[in-house]
Design a binder for this molecule. Structure first.
Ligand code: ADE
Ligand code: ZN
Length: 319
């Protein structure tokens, strides 16, 4: 039973965390048909590309500042009830712009949600802006400039998500420079859909302190040693990896091998209802299927807090 363990996650996409019941309520409210991306109360997709399509469709159901406040509160209330003390939410101003909300109203709604749930449960949350790789370097630079100019104390990091198999990492280096120069924490999706060379490129060209997934570094022992040496933290999402077919099942998942190689690892839910998971389930899988002890799970929680994009006072309080 991991319910009572302290938990933290560094890797959850806000638009990927919409409970299907909330998506249905929003769809009814805005008169949107859901058959293309939902069936029997669950999201429907069959590969990464169709997952991104379903994700975009669900994002399109949130159309105002209040909608985003509601979504943020729904996610954080659930997480706090599962024993989480900290969460980093990946937010996508591109999705807000696409639906016509505008990035400022989007961020304001999320910020309201974060503060409301912190007031009632104590859970801390920060926003990490993501640029979408499949939208190209110009859009990712736009997202970085937006994050850099915001000077919002709840917006503390920058990331790139989306289709890892598109474009070269080097094309996105300038976006990360903009974010880093503004004092934002840096993480990047790599080593999920593409192999170890993608992680190597990310380390060489982006210099992140964390990597989203990074699990395919396991294909290269030299790279594992480098990750361990440099203390780069992996945001590992086992449920997502198995759902997307990166690994066939949980016993084949490399979380234990990464940890045994001295790599710093954390547990994360990524896009929980799309992958039929939750942060609590990730801890449960690590415990029951992968054989991590409660002490090892607590170490992962502490690693997440140590790697979190927060001020030192908040970090000390959470640790
Ligand atoms: N966006 C949302 N989920 C993602 C994932 N697992 N990989 C890349 N981009 C994403
Ligand atoms: Zn992700």
């Amino acid at each position: 039973m991991t319910r009572l363990l302290r938990k933290a996650e560094l890797h959850c996409h806000l638009e990927g965390a919409v409970p299907p019941a909330l998506a249905l309520a929003q769809a009814r409210r805005y008169g949107v048909a859901t058959d293309a991306f939902m069936k029997d109360g669950a999201y429907v997709w069959h590969d990464f590309t169709s997952f991104l399509g379903a994700y975009d469709a669900v994002s399109g159901l949130f159309r105002s500042e209040d909608d985003y406040a509601l979504l943020t509160e729904t996610y954080l209330d659930d997480l706090a009830a599962a024993g989480a003390i900290y969460s980093e939410l990946f937010i996508s101003p591109d999705h807000a712009e696409a639906v016509g909300v505008g990035a400022d109203a989007y961020v304001a709604g999320i910020g309201r949600g974060i503060e409301a749930v912190r007031a009632r449960s104590g859970i801390e949350c920060r926003m990490v802006v993501v640029g979408l790789r499949h939208c190209g370097p110009e859009r990712v630079e736009w997202a970085a400039r937006y994050a850099a100019a915001a000077r919002n104390p709840l917006m503390t990091g920058f990331n790139m998500a989306g289709e890892e198999r598109m474009g070269a990492v080097a094309d996105f280096a300038r976006a990360f420079d903009i974010a880093r120069d503004a004092g934002l924490g840096i993480t990047i999706h790599a080593g999920e859909l593409s192999g170890a060379s993608s992680v190597r490129d990310a380390l060489d060209l982006i210099r992140p302190t964390r990597i989203g997934h990074g699990v395919r570094a396991v294909e290269d022992p030299g790279l594992l040693a480098r990750l361990a040496d440099e203390g780069v933290v992996l945001e590992v999402c086992p449920g997502s990896n198995v759902a997307l077919g990166v690994f066939p099942d949980f016993p084949a998942h490399p979380l234990r091998r990464l940890q045994a190689a001295g790599v710093k690892v954390t547990l994360n839910s990524d896009d929980p209802p799309f992958f039929k998971t939750s942060l609590e389930r990730e801890y449960e899988i690590a415990s029951r299927i992968m054989g991590f002890s409660d002490e090892e799970l607590d170490t992962m929680t502490r690693t997440a807090i140590e790697a979190a994009f927060v001020d030192e006072e908040t970090r000390a309080r959470l640790l």
